[in-house]
Design a protein around this ligand. Structure first.
Ligand SMILES: Cc1ncc(COP(=O)(O)O)c(C=O)c1O
Length: 403
């Protein structure tokens, strides 16, 4: 019997097949018995604090923890999110109308276009960019317009290069600083400019601030909501995944313009029942601890890893940058001292690095065409393993046999 074909056509527009390819290379290497140092996926390798875990385990024992939580978030969680935004950025956000809890910011990023866009709308996305941005547009049938992020512009988009007819059809522009994958940062002046541009062209800014707490050398990433008048034209995603090592808990929130937040609330009220209450309780403890200053800043750990790893890679001749934030090194391809039958590119370097050195990274073009010529390396292993990875990579670059 031939079927109508059960798989929807739109799935073909989702995600980059490169991630699946890297997963296959990784599996093949592991099956061959290679000790793979996996620096490919940006999942925190450490647990949340003891206090957060205790709050979670206490909450799951309560009889009343198992009802539907409600999609917008508990009053307590939203109040704490609002208090934390005031503490951390000095911004005043109304928890009743300007906040919604999320099952990780991914939940909101994936659904936002569905709740904001109409047929024919465009959304401006960074290239390279975090893949769910494009996936959310594909689900909603919204056309992306890619804003190239290039080193010569500090990986910031050039607003002036966007044609007027694109602005006219644009509903929202997505920004992400500190960014994944390029690890770039933006200062408040950039956000001021972005808010002004958004007002000029009547578009919403969607800022993804997932890495707000993962910053180094004393740097504190700003929020776009700090800009005067930002609430007229901006919303911002926050995530507890990286800031408090809670990636598996699935909790984050969207804050900002009430109409846009309201639209996502409305959509979610129809498709989910919210974040498991014990996870919201654990999130409250995470935010409370941070506000009391008793959290060990997550940046400290990644800063040490960054220092060790970058230093080690440089000693092996690969001049990668020291990022100011995020768990990623966005590295231009190294100058290889040996040749393949085909020219080196992001994909071939990543594949051969895994094959020959047992180190998994992501080819830059997985995040968009502008990522070609780079690889993304995630600092998600211990310092010791990272230094070992650097030594293996050094041998790989020189074409030496791994011991
Ligand atoms: C830039 C960026 N935004 C959002 C997310 C999703 O985070 P969450 O765990 O809150 O869904 C990630 C996860 O890696 C990310 O890198």
């Amino acid at each position: 019997m031939t079927t109508k074909g059960w798989r929807a056509e739109r799935l073909s527009h989702l995600g980059s097949s490169i991630f699946a390819e890297v997963a296959e290379w990784k599996k093949a290497a592991i099956d061959r018995g290679v000790d793979v140092i996996d620096l490919s996926i940006g999942s925190p390798d450490l647990p949340p604090s003891q206090e957060i875990r205790s709050a979670l385990s206490e909450a799951v024992l309560r009889d009343n923890a198992y009802g539907y939580p409600g999609s917008k978030g508990s009053v307590r969680f939203l109040k704490h999110a609002s208090d934390w935004l005031a503490y951390r950025f000095g911004v005043q956000i109304d928890p009743e109308h300007e906040l919604v809890s999320l099952m990780g910011s991914q939940d909101g990023l994936g659904h936002l276009a569905l709740s904001l866009c109409n047929p024919g709308d465009i959304a401006l996305l960074p290239d390279p960019g975090y893949p769910v941005y494009a996936a959310g547009l594909a689900l909603a049938g919204v056309e992306p317009y890619l804003m190239p992020l290039r080193e010569e512009n500090q990986f910031l988009p050039e607003f002036d290069a966007i044609p007027e007819q694109v602005w006219q059809r644009t509903k929202f522009m997505l920004l992400n600083y500190p960014s994944n994958p390029v690890s770039a940062t933006a200062d408040l002046d950039f956000f001021k400019k972005a808010v002004a541009v958004a007002k000029q062209h009547n578009v919403l800014i969607v800022h993804d601030l997932a890495y707000s707490e993962m910053a180094f050398d004393g740097y504190r990433p700003p929020s776009i909501l700090q800009v005067e008048g930002a609430l007229d034209v901006a919303v911002e995603f926050h995530s507890l995944s990286k800031s408090f090592n809670m990636a598996g808990c699935r909790i984050g929130f969207l804050a900002g313009n009430r109409e846009a937040v309201g639209a996502l609330r409305e959509l979610k009220a129809n498709i989910d029942y919210g974040v498991f209450l014990p996870v919201q309780e654990a999130g409250i403890i995470a935010l409370q601890e941070d506000m009391k200053g008793i959290n060990k800043p997550v940046g400290t750990l990644y800063e040490k890893r960054r220092d060790q790893f970058v230093q080690a890679l440089r000693s092996h001749g690969w001049e990668v940058p020291y990022p100011k934030a995020t768990m990623f090194i966005w590295a231009k391809l190294p100058v290889m001292q040996w040749e393949l039958s085909e020219p080196w590119d992001s994909r071939r370097i990543s594949r051969e690095m895994l094959e020959r050195a047992g180190v998994a990274v992501i080819p830059g073009d997985a995040f968009g065409a502008e990522g070609e010529g780079y690889v993304r390396i995630a600092l998600v292993e211990s310092e010791e393993r990272l230094v070992e990875a650097a030594a293996r990579i050094g041998k790989f670059i020189r074409g030496e046999q791994q011991s």
